[in-house]
Design a protein around this ligand. Structure first.
Ligand code: HT7
Ligand code: ZN
Length: 843
């Protein structure tokens, strides 16, 4: 396995003036003819003409019209070329139908489709497949398909062919081609300078009824980027295509976004509120890439968070503006903690900007994306809203058309605000989550907070210097009144104190409001203080956080024989009944911390987590809350009903969320009676699925599962839910057996990433189910990763993260996990993707 280092970066020896591609489509014998104009790169002394290429059958090649015989070498070809500008031409043959890895040009349900990020273009033709080589593309597609699409603007077309021209120079990873029997759902948009843009959502016949929401989300995104960032769309047409076989969520190809159909197709009958919200966010994310990713791209793949962190940050702002900031922030932090903190504290920890990799596809991680966004949130706290705005304007002005680096990004902030960001840069270069300990004292009207930060070593990084951490703090007096509104304290030392004067009584601090930095706060607080903050904190994030901290302490105590805490039960009652609180917020506040989160906390405290005990504590606490609030649930069910036509807006979705929480708790004490009734009367997928989940969680619902299948057999996206729910809501003893049974189902198409993830993603996420003491979870996942790897190495590698926490558990479990990992590692012809992951996880 060859390791690639950031420090080895050198520019390519040639610039690419323009690219002409002709595709003659055929399922197993597509021919790609390229004509590319190269010139020596004045910024490089290298004249090594190396073009990437993988799995290509080269028919012929010419330089300036004369036949040449290039050296076919590992990963591409080399050729002697003139010292001055020249034209390279070649023809290759590829097999889209045989391409199961879904990278390059492949087929999905009879339609041709591409995925080129990160390094898929080299599976299409020979090319300098690196993001800093940008060029203007003209594409001709020949095929007997009704829709023939590529990037940019349509140039010309006739019977069986179409030509596209993209005037904006782009790296090859943004190339896209789609051809198939597709229907378009049309729309239009007038940009802020008055240009008309044609919009289309292309789908398989029959899916036209699931396009309206996505189209509206696209228009909202276009307006938002104009209003908030001053960014206007820059082509005459914007196409989105829905594809069933897709490795990730979606792809921001210039002017031709390609989406996993699961994150673009929506209808009230088939999609949940969570689906609607996710679709809106992903459409926005891909659209926002047009400026942060496409117009300004990355110099090399180490800089991936330059586009991904910033675009996630922007899509989070967008969703906050569309649906409410408090609930959005809580949801984002839940994801960050459950996935990124987990990654950051295990063998796969890496900085948002890594400095080495074997397989770049393994670095499309929560650290690059979500922590990359958090780092921008820190930066915004440090430079303020005005500083952020000035810096972004300068970034777009200075770097439009560039392939940029994190250094360029930071320079822009330094130049726009005058602030030295040397210490801040550590957030990009250092892995690991800082733990911040808090101590306080009160003396003579002066309240002092003392913070100490420490970050544990991560793979390859033992030394962890102090980072600059913005800590948002507010103070409440003993009556619950705010005596100090939110202030940002900038912690820059290992240990640092901050004092507040003129206080008549010792205040209660509300620390890290809005989760102002991605750190673990460690503070010894009493249950009373947490309950006080749950009742009085004016910061919605910390109000929620106080309830979660109470619940977490209670769950941990219960794993060691404790009983449910009265303060928690009373606090939950107050929140549930508080009509001044947003229902969506109440729904979140009534939820319990995830079992994996409890295991992580125990492990961080040096205690070996027992998944079965955590499961039992979780069940017992759910029961206790359900009993304690037994009068509240029926009332909430009535108050949160949403009669009338379905609307996916935040207000209705919030009510349905709280309705679902009430039904889930009620099911714990009524044996599923209310859920059965709710299933029968459900008017949309949110209600239908939530009722079915409630039934499964109390080991009922056999009949409903059968009728659900009958009702939705024809809809692949709904059937993914049917598969996933059964595994996710199985009891720990039945989880692996359920996954195994479903993997033998006739409808389990394991080569489809959505279906594979539905079953095995749910199994990995079932904490007590996956970590069964007999090792059956580890073994079943290993069997399937070994089977999937030769077909799709990207997905097998991503799914191997199920094992990343294996060292937290007891010696028996560790031995079983290690054996499963070694078995995977010993499989013949392991992909570079999975090979790298397993090697890192085993270390
Ligand atoms: N920029 C994209 C990342 C990506 C991807 C997407 C689909 C399939 C395979 C992929 N590999 C990398 C998605 C995004 O962040 O918007
Ligand atoms: Zn992205």
């Amino acid at each position: 396995q060859e390791t690639i280092y950031l420090s080895d970066y050198t520019p390519f020896g040639f610039i690419v003036e323009d690219v002409h591609l002709t595709f003659k489509l055929a399922p197993t014998t597509t021919r790609v003819i390229s004509r590319i104009r190269f010139a020596p790169n004045p910024d490089s002394s290298s004249r090594d003409f190396f073009l990437h290429g993988e799995g290509l059958n080269l028919h012929w090649a010419k330089v300036d019209g004369a036949d040449v015989a290039p050296d076919l070498v590992k990963g591409g070809l080399r050729c002697d070329v003139p010292d001055t500008a020249f034209t390279w031409e070649c023809e290759v043959e590829i097999d889209p139908q045989g391409n199961t890895a879904l990278e390059g040009l492949y087929m999905s349900n009879g339609m041709y489709c591409t995925q080129c990020e990160a390094e898929g273009f080299r599976n299409i033709t020979f090319y300098p497949d690196r993001p800093d080589v940008m060029s203007v593309f003209t594409v001709r597609i020949e095929g007997d398909n009704p829709a023939l699409l590529s990037n940019g603007n349509p140039a010309d077309s006739g019977e069986g062919w179409a030509e596209w021209h993209d005037p904006w120079p782009k790296p090859a990873y943004l190339f896209a081609l789609v051809a198939g029997d597709l229907r378009n759902y049309p729309g239009s948009f007038k940009t802020m300078s008055g240009r008309d843009v044609e919009l289309n959502l292309w789908v398989r016949p029959g899916d036209e009824g699931k396009c309206a929401f996505g189209m509206e989300a696209l228009k909202k995104s276009m307006i938002w980027d104009e209003e908030v960032y001053g960014r206007e769309y820059d082509l005459d047409i914007f196409n989105i295509v829905a594809v069933d076989d897709f490795n990730m969520g979606a792809m921001e190809n210039k002017g031709l976004n390609i989406f996993n159909s699961a994150v673009v197709l929506a209808s009230p009958e088939t999609s949940t509120d969570a689906n609607f919200e996710r679709i809106e966010a992903i459409i926005a994310h891909e659209y926002f890439h047009n400026w942060t990713g496409n117009r300004i791209t990355c110099r090399d793949w180490f800089q991936l968070c330059l586009k991904e962190g910033l675009t996630v940050f922007r899509d989070q702002q967008f969703t906050g503006d569309m649906r409410g900031h408090a609930v959005k922030r809580i949801n984002d932090v839940v994801t960050l903690r459950s996935r990124q903190f987990r990654e950051d504290s295990g063998p796969l920890a890496h900085p948002p900007r890594p400095d080495q990799f074997v397989e770049i596809n393994n670095f499309y991680t929560v650290t690059v994306y979500e922590k990359g966004a958090e780092v921008i949130n820190i930066l915004k706290h440090l430079v303020g809203d005005d500083g952020y705005k000035k810096a972004l304007d300068l970034y777009f002005d200075r770097h439009d058309g560039d392939a940029a680096t994190i250094e360029d990004w930071l320079q822009v902030f330094e130049d726009a605000t005058g602030r030295d960001l040397t210490q801040f840069k550590r957030w990009y270069t250092d892995a690991g989550t800082p733990h911040v300990k808090v101590a306080d004292s009160f003396d003579n009207g002066i309240y002092t907070l003392t913070f100490t930060q420490e970050t544990a070593p991560t793979p390859g990084q033992d030394d962890k210097p102090a980072r600059v951490i913005p800590i948002a703090v507010g103070l409440l007096d003993p009556n619950g009144n705010e005596v100090l509104p939110t202030q940002i304290l900038e912690m820059a030392e290992t240990t640092q104190s901050f004092s507040f004067e003129g206080l008549s009584a010792k205040p209660v601090p509300s620390i890290l409001r809005g989760f102002s930095a991605p750190v673990v706060l460690e503070r010894e607080t009493s249950a009373e203080e947490q309950a006080f903050l749950l009742a009085h904190d004016t910061d919605p994030f910390n109000k929620w956080e106080a309830g979660q901290a109470l619940a977490k302490d209670c769950l941990i105590a219960m794993t060691q024989g404790g009983t449910p805490d009265q303060g928690l039960l009373d606090g939950m009652t107050t929140v549930a009944r508080d009509h001044s609180l947003d229902p969506a917020f109440r729904a979140l506040a009534l939820g319990l911390p995830a079992q994996d989160d409890i295991a992580a906390t125990l492990a961080a405290r040096g205690i070996t987590p027992d998944p079965d005990k955590i499961w039992r504590a979780h069940q017992a606490l759910k029961q206790a809350i359900a009993q304690h609030l037994q009068d509240v649930w029926p009332r909430l069910l009535a108050e949160m009903a949403t009669p009338g036509p379905y609307s996916p807006d935040a207000e209705h979705a919030g009510k349905r969320a709280l309705h679902g929480v009430a039904l889930a708790y009620l099911s714990q004490i009524d044996g599923g009676t209310a859920a059965k009734a709710a299933y029968t009367t459900a008017g949309n997928m949110t209600e239908q699925l939530s009722a079915l989940a409630c039934l499964l969680s109390v080991e009922k619902g056999t009949d409903e599962l059968a009728t659900f299948r009958e009702q939705w057999q024809h809809d692949r996206l709904v059937m993914d839910k049917w598969f996933g729910l059964q595994v996710g809501y199985a009891s720990p003893e039945n989880c692996v057996a359920t996954a195994k049974r479903l993997s033998e189902d006739a409808d389990f198409n394991w080569k489809n990433p959505n279906r594979f993830r539905a079953v095995f993603g749910a199994m990995m996420m079932h904490h007590a189910g996956f970590h069964q003491a007999d090792g059956s979870g580890y073994n079943l996942l290993a069997d399937w990763l070994i089977k999937l790897d030769p077909v799709n190495g990207q997905i097998s590698a991503r799914m191997s993260t199920g094992y990343e926490t294996w060292k937290r558990y007891d010696a028996d479990r560790q031995a079983k996990a290690r054996a499963a990992l070694k078995r995977i590692n010993g499989a013949p012809d392991l992909s570079r993707n999975l090979g790298e992951m397993v090697t890192r996880i085993l270390k």
